[in-house]
Design a binder for this molecule. Structure first.
Ligand SMILES: Cc1ncc(COP(=O)(O)O)c(C=O)c1O
Length: 227
C-alpha cells in the first residue's frame, strides 16, 4: 500500500486526475457531502453529476449511481460521511459493469470499516483529510491518498510535485501539493492516540444514543467514528 501526502481537497483533485478525469468528463458523486467533493470535480473542468443518497447511511446509493452512468462518466466518488460506510458491494458492482473507477472520499472516515476491512481498501485510490477538526487533525491543512496500485503511485507522486517524474523533468502539468513536513511531524505524534480517541468518541456516541432514544433519535454507534 502506497501513501501520498498532501492537503485533503488536493488529494481528491489529484486522485480524480490520476484515474483520467479531464475537462468535459462527468463524475458521479453524492449531493450530500462537504463542498470540496464537488469542487474537486469542477477544478478539473469536469461536470459533477449528483446521484441521490440512502436514507439510512446518508451515503450515495448504488441504484442511483447505476441510473446516472452515461458514456461521459469517467469516475464515481464515494463519500463515507460521518464515518458511516457506503454500500461498497452494490457500488462496486455498478462501477464494474461499466468499467468506471471509484475514488473514495474518506475525509470523515479514518478508522471506519466495511465488512471488517478499512474503508481506504475499497477503491483504487482513497483520499483522507487531516484538517484540524478531523478525528486525526494536523495544525493546518493536510491530507493523504492511499492506493494499492504502483502505477497510480508513480503518477500521483509526479502530479503532486509540479508534474516532475524526476528533479526538473516535468512530464505533464502538475500541482505543488506536497505536505509541509511540520504537519507530518504533528500527525506522526498524534497518530498513536487515534485509537484511544476513537474509543472515547464511540462511548460518548453510545451515551447520546441511549439518552436520546426515548425521543426517537438513533445513531449507528457500531461503525460511526467520523467526522
Ligand atoms: C467529505 C469531505 N471531503 C473533503 C474534505 C476536504 O478536505 P480538506 O479540508 O482537507 O481539503 C472534507 C473536509 O474538510 C470533507 O469533510
Amino acid at each position: 500500500m502506497e501513501l501520498e501526502w498532501l492537503p485533503g481537497t488536493d488529494a481528491l483533485i489529484l486522485a480524480l486526475r490520476s484515474v483520467g478525469v479531464a475537462a468535459g468528463d462527468e463524475v458521479i458523486l453524492p449531493p450530500f457531502t462537504f463542498v470540496a467533493t464537488g469542487s474537486a470535480v469542477s477544478a478539473l473542468g469536469a461536470a459533477p453529476v449528483f446521484a441521490d443518497i440512502e436514507p439510512d447511511s446518508f451515503n450515495i446509493s448504488a441504484a442511483e449511481i447505476a441510473k446516472s452512468i452515461t458514456p461521459r462518466t469517467r469516475a464515481i466518488i464515494v463519500v463515507h460521511l460521518y464515518g458511516l460506510a457506503a454500500d461498497m458491494d452494490g457500488i462496486r458492482d455498478a462501477a464494474k459493469r461499466s468499467a468506471i473507477p471509484i475514488v473514495e472520499d474518506n475525509a470523515q472516515a479514518i478508522g471506519a470499516t466495511y465488512k471488517g476491512k478499512p474503508m481506504v481498501r475499497w477503491a483504487i485510490v482513497a483520499c483522507l483529510s487531516f484538517y484540524p477538526t478531523k478525528n486525526l487533525g494536523a495544525y493546518g491543512d493536510a491530507g493523504m491518498i492511499v492506493t494499492n496500485s504502483s502505477e497510480m503511485d508513480t503518477r500521483l507522486r509526479t502530479l503532486r510535485n509540479h508534474g516532475q517524474s524526476s528533479r526538473y523533468s516535468s512530464v505533464e502539468p502538475g500541482w505543488n501539493s506536497r505536505l509541509d513536513e511540520i504537519q507530518a511531524a504533528v500527525l506522526r505524534a498524534k497518530l498513536r492516540y487515534l485509537r484511544e480517541w476513537e474509543r472515547a468518541r464511540r462511548s460518548l456516541a453510545a451515551m447520546y444514543s441511549k439518552m436520546l432514544a426515548p425521543v426517537g433519535v438513533r445513531q449507528d454507534t457500531a461503525n460511526s467514528c467520523g467526522m
